[in-house]
Write a protein that binds this ligand. Structure first.
Ligand code: PFF
Length: 437
């Protein structure tokens, strides 16, 4: 029954858990290199503009759907309207089922790199590259990462998700500050700082804006129904917009902190800032091998990457588990274990895509790339468009009444939010989707 649903235990429960979901590989692994490829500071400025307007609108849309229905994504749409709308929830759950397997593979690499950093006295660059192409080793670490995710989700919303995010996120900040200090005190680091922070608008093209949009939506975890699910555990007495702004602010802060770790070190050590996805997994280990105290900094860096990945992975698993419990009467225990095992198996082909199965391709993509493409370029944007349209055209004006506590009238800017959801956000997301092809 909806009434017996768990709520976040503390006032900041939602903020902590949702920030844990938002702050992930997208912030630490992806943001610095996407910023590096797209004009540094100019990209950051555009990114912040997008995330606090369009991103905020869609985030608030999801949160509102969740809190108003007190259900997981598919059940939420059925409760609030029915008709064909539960399909939007279904897209979200499908995205979770496709993303978690390969997200867990990369999470497994981060675990593996912590282990490698501990074992090797100096962080040997080559050994990292070999790791992901090794046959069974990445599968083993993928299993470990998935087990950790399952272990937290099985303990429940309060004792598992809320509790662990409360422990892990502050730890993340502390370690990141240590790493920033190390990075910006390397000689030559100021070139990296300038590159990262000084806006160069001459490099901005339509492609920059598309990159910023797609990074923004992925980074704040919208489109999958995470915020519907986490929103369904928010008590009626809270107002939603403040929490949304906090989560987006924290997410942006972590992305910028990650850039402050990575780019100054990259410049100080004469590496290429536009190295792309390998910036974290290949370039950085090379840097750690050269700086004094490199081993300890390598361990710390891959610990933060692991923690960030873990708190995001639990939110993805929770979408599926909440769905199984709302719609199919699964206990949390049974739902979490069954999903964990099936999605672990689904991740094995993705793990092998960098080694023995590198030649297995479809439409010119490896299995890993195909899952990534299908979920992040197709399902997540489609889910986000559906959720925004639902608020703008179907659930209006009730949506506005659900933003604040029942006794407080809607904020003055609610109509702006409505049109962001009804037209502007869906149109721009569609534009990015088309660009993705
Ligand atoms: N926001 C996470 C990251 O930046 O890595 C990834 C993610 C988690 C995306 C959950 C979408 C989602 F629903």
């Amino acid at each position: 029954m909806a009434q017996t649903r768990e709520n976040w235990r503390s006032r900041s429960g939602f903020i902590i858990a949702a920030a844990g979901s938002a702050v992930g590989l997208g912030n630490i692994w992806r943001f610095p290199y996407v910023a590096g490829e797209n004009g540094g500071g100019a990209f950051i400025a555009i990114y912040l503009g997008i995330v606090f307007t369009l991103g905020f609108s869609v985030f608030l849309a999801e949160q509102t759907i969740g809190r108003a229905s007190k259900r997981s994504p598919i059940a939420a749409f059925r409760t609030l309207r029915g008709g064909a709308w539960p399909i939007v929830g279904f897209i979200g759950v499908l995205a979770a089922v496709v993303i978690l397997p390969f997200y867990s593979v990369v999470g497994g690499w981060t675990f593996g790199f912590v282990w490698k950093s501990i074992l090797t006295t100096t962080a040997e660059a080559g050994s990292f590259g070999n790791f992901i192409s090794h046959g069974w080793l990445p599968i083993l670490f993928h299993a470990l990462f998935m087990s950790a995710t399952v272990g937290i989700v099985i303990a429940g919303v309060n004792s598992g998700i809320e509790r662990w995010c409360r422990i892990l996120l502050p730890g993340l900040v502390v370690i990141m500050i240590v790493l920033i200090i190390r990075s910006i005190t390397l000689s030559g680091a100021e070139k990296g700082l300038a590159f990262f922070l000084q806006p160069d608008f001459s490099k901005v093209t339509m492609a920059t804006i598309q990159a910023a949009l797609s990074q923004a939506f992925f980074s704040i975890s919208v489109g999958m129904g995470v915020m519907i699910t986490y929103g369904s555990y928010i008590a009626r007495e809270r107002s939603l917009p403040g929490d949304a702004a906090c989560v987006i602010g924290l997410d942006s802060l972590f992305a910028i902190l990650a850039g402050l770790i990575i780019l100054p070190a990259v410049f100080a050590m004469g590496q290429n800032p536009s190295a792309g996805p390998v910036l974290t997994f290949v370039t950085l280990p090379k840097i750690f091998a050269e700086i004094s105290g490199g081993t300890i900094f390598a361990i710390l860096f891959f610990v933060i990457l692991s923690v960030a990945a873990l708190t995001s992975a639990i939110s993805i698993l929770e979408v599926v588990v909440a769905h199984l419990s709302d719609e199919h009467d699964f206990s949390r225990h049974k739902g979490t274990i069954a999903t964990g095992i099936i999605l672990f198996l689904a991740g094995i082909p993705a793990a092998l895509s960098f080694g023995p199965w590198a030649d297995v391709t479809l439409f010119g993509m490896t299995i890993f790339d195909l899952m990534d493409f299908f979920a992040t370029k197709l399902l997540l944007p489609a889910g986000a468009i559906g959720m925004a349209l639902f608020i703008g055209w179907v659930f209006w004006p009730t949506a506005a009444d659900n933003l604040n506590r029942p006794d407080v009238s809607p904020p003055k800017w609610a109509p702006v939010w409505r049109w962001m959801c009804a037209i502007i956000s869906p149109a721009l997301i569609l534009w990015v989707m088309i660009g993705g092809f």
